[in-house]
Ligand binder design. Structure first.
Ligand code: CP
Ligand code: NVA
Length: 310
């Protein structure tokens, strides 16, 4: 079998697939969607295929609802229910879905699987989370920072905890957008070395071992679970390794007075964050979750619906 000639399309696998001005354009579009000003239906007659190998509440619901609100349709494909789960190659899945759907979002383990899918698909592929990246979430987080702090420029963002998919996408975002990102990770739980080295060379990121150093003067304090999906068996080991990394009221006091707290959710109260912080006045986690819907609609409108940026 030969592939059809590639159609012109763009994927969104990592934050750096967009330029700074394109990301600003996405934020502008998402804001218009949030305030109800945007009423176009750029996905009319179009279908989004959604391949999920891992669990999801926010990502799944925001893409499904978002596609519907833009006039389109979303098709949820749990890996275990499709032939991909029985060993059909990713490349073949990409070729077949490309003949029937207009875009694909995928949540899986290995980032290389998403890259393989994108190589063989001739419709846009969107990263719904891998072990390496969670770019849609970080765009929603940045939208939340804009919403509550007005601007991202000149803001210090602190990341406390695991150097995981979330941390990596924050690093990529700091590199593209040029804000200050201070990470605190226990030894052995550092973020991706190559991503970190690139952003560090540009002077945008620092890595600390003491959470107090990262949080000091920060405008945004951000954390995530200590054991991500697929790492459940490491829970006990990680609880020991991350001792002292809980974002609690004492730590929040070191941040800027008007600092906000973010968490991509799901959260484990009493582990990476205290209930007092996540349920307290500085927390913006519910707006953050809602912003998944607005930013993903903006991404779909641009990649699948022909909406222009800027
Ligand atoms: N934050 C996030 O991606 O949530 P879900 O795992 O529920 O999609
Ligand atoms: N780091 C977490 C994010 C969940 C949205 C995980 O991968 O499970």
């Amino acid at each position: 079998m030969t592939d059809r000639p590639q159609r012109a399309h763009r994927d969104f696998l990592v934050i750096s697939d967009f330029t700074k001005s394109e990301i600003d354009g996405l934020f502008g579009l998402a804001e218009r969607m949030r305030c109800g000003e945007y009423t176009s239906k750029p996905l009319a007659g179009k279908t989004l295929g959604m391949i999920f190998t891992k669990s999801s509440t926010r990502t799944r619901v925001s893409f499904e609802v978002g596609a519907y609100q833009l006039g389109g349709h979303a098709l949820f494909l749990a890996t275990r229910d499709v032939q991909l789960g029985r060993g059909e190659p990713v490349a073949d899945t990409a070729r077949v879905l490309s003949r029937m759907v207009d875009g694909i979002v995928i949540r899986t383990f290995a980032h290389s699987e998403i890259e393989e899918l994108a190589r063989h698909a001739d419709v846009p592929v969107i990263d719904g989370l891998t072990d390496l990246q969670h770019p849609c979430q970080i765009l929603a987080d940045l939208l939340t920072v804009r919403q509550h702090l007005g601007t991202i420029k000149d803001r210090k963002i602190a990341w406390i905890g695991d150097g995981n998919n979330m941390a990596n996408s924050w690093i990529d975002a700091a590199d593209v957008l040029g804000f200050e990102l201070a990470l605190a990770c226990p030894e052995g739980y550092d973020p991706d070395e190559a991503l970190f080295a690139r952003a560090k060379a540009a002077g945008n990121v620092t890595l600390h071992r003491d959470p107090r150093d990262a949080v000091s003067g920060a405008h945004v304090v951000n954390t995530d679970v200590w054991a991500s999906m697929g790492q459940e068996e490491e829970q006990k080991i990680r609880e020991r390794a991350f001792s002292g990394f809980t974002v609690d009221a004492t730590l929040m006091k070191l941040a800027s007075r008007d600092a906000i707290f973010l968490h991509c959710l799901p959260a484990h109260r009493g582990e990476e964050v205290s209930a007092e912080v996540i349920d307290g006045p500085q927390s913006r986690v519910w707006d953050e979750a809602e912003n998944r819907l607005h930013i993903q609609k903006a991404i779909m409108a641009v990649l699948m619906g022909g909406e222009r940026l800027g």
